[in-house]
Ligand binder design. Structure first.
Ligand SMILES: [Cu+2]
Length: 412
């Protein structure tokens, strides 16, 4: 009962406020009075990575969505009727499943360029809607917004425009509740951070370059390497898929020719050396390439990403003098006792069996050898070695016989 009473007070106060405003002469645009008759215009802003709608609801009937792309890459607007919450739409891969359960696509504005505006008029029944951009990864990155369509007659004035103009002292306490205006949340703008950390250390087995990919920047550390093997370790620290394209070019990173919102990988002066295909956020991919001295640009060439800032310069210097010192012998494992090249091969090949007396695991026979011999029994290691040797011999003979038989049967 108390609640009812307070509701009545609020309603009364609101009514009073409205009366006062009308009496004052209605400085606001009082066009909100009869929305059902004509279309409601909804201003929609799409950018990386948000969708906002103002107002955030409309009465059933004609609705004109005026969508502005204030981002730096292309976006689209899909109008979906669904009772699911905006962030709970079914996702397949990197996009919302537009034919998924509980999802009904009403209409959409195809991808349109940054800085442009598109309008779409639709007729909407009362219900809950979600406005999204369904370009790869954009929905997950945050491009979604709930939108409500109310019954046409009942709520003619759900959007209290009076609150913006009127700030009355007396009724302020009671009217504090009903302001349900669309909040325009500023989205984070892309800030390419070029970290200059040049330390081209000469590599023992190649230079490792850490590359960070995110919306919308590419950073490399170090930013240069001596000619030769370069291992790119690319981390996607963003919220959507990215890729890494390694391009040899004398052009500046931001001066690559662009076609259809992508750097043109086939244009003259642009030589794609290699690439890591697009991969998920939070993941890491590695690619080793052999690079000649020269200038390079590292980019993500998913539609729009290059233009949005995903590019950085990378330099490959002439091979340093230290390249001759690289020893080829470091690769050999534990048995590094390998003598200088003059030593005969027989010296290293024969003693392998005897050289491992302690572990009791003799060298496994080359083909089809599977049995490892455990060392827990009471047998002396010499006995095990003998058994192993015998077994190896038998296995080898068996394998040889098998191979012979097979060769004979196939006739080759
Ligand atoms: Cu990208």
């Amino acid at each position: 009962m108390k609640r009812l009473a307070s509701v009545a007070v609020v309603a009364g106060a609101t009514l009073a406020l409205a009366v006062v405003l009308v009496a004052l002469g209605g400085e606001g645009d009082g066009a909100q009075a009869a929305p059902a008759a004509q279309a409601t215009t909804v201003q929609v802003t799409v950018q990386q990575f948000s969708v906002t709608a103002n107002p955030s609801s409309a009465p059933a009937g004609a609705v004109d969505f005026v969508a502005s792309n204030t981002g730096s890459i292309s976006h689209e607007l899909v109008i979906i009727r669904t009772d699911l919450s905006p962030d709970a739409l079914p996702v397949v891969g990197n996009t919302v499943d537009e034919s998924g359960a509980g999802v009904q696509v009403i209409d959409e504005i195809e991808p349109f360029a940054p800085g442009t505006q598109q309008t779409r008029s639709v007729n909407l029944a009362a219900g809950k809607y979600v406005l999204i951009c369904n370009l790869s990864g954009h929905y997950q990155a945050g491009m979604r917004r709930g939108f409500t369509v109310t019954e046409a007659t009942a709520t003619a004035t759900p959007t209290a425009t009076a609150t913006t103009t009127a700030t009355p002292t007396a009724t302020a306490t009671t009217t504090a509740t009903p302001t349900a205006t669309a909040t325009v949340t500023p989205s984070p703008t892309a800030t390419p951070t070029a970290t200059p950390t040049p330390t081209p250390t000469p590599p023992p087995g190649g230079t490792t370059v850490q590359v960070e990919l995110k919306e919308f920047s590419v950073t490399a550390n170090p930013t240069s390497a001596p000619a030769g093997e370069v291992q790119f370790v690319a981390s996607n620290t963003g919220a959507i898929d990215h890729e890494l394209v390694i391009i040899k070019t004398d052009l500046a990173p931001d001066a690559l020719p662009v076609v259809d919102n992508k750097a043109n990988e086939d244009s003259p002066g642009v030589q794609v050396v290699d690439e890591i295909e697009e991969f998920d956020p939070g993941r890491q991919e590695t690619k080793s390439v052999n690079l000649a001295a020269g200038k390079y640009v590292l980019i993500c060439n998913i539609v729009g990403h290059y233009e949005a800032g995903m590019r950085t310069a990378f330099t490959v210097t002439g091979a340093t003098a230290t390249s001759t010192a690289t020893p080829a012998a470091t690769a050999t494992p534990a048995t590094t006792a390998t003598p200088p090249p003059t030593a005969p091969k027989t010296a290293t090949s024969t003693p392998t069996k005897t050289a491992t007396p302690a572990t009791a695991t003799p060298a496994a026979p080359p083909p089809s050898g599977g049995g490892s011999i455990g060392g827990d029994s009471g047998l002396p290691t010499a006995a095990w070695a003998a058994i192993a040797g015998g077994a190896a011999l038998v296995l080898t003979l068996a394998a040889g016989g098998l191979a012979l038989a097979r060769r004979r049967s196939t006739g080759s």
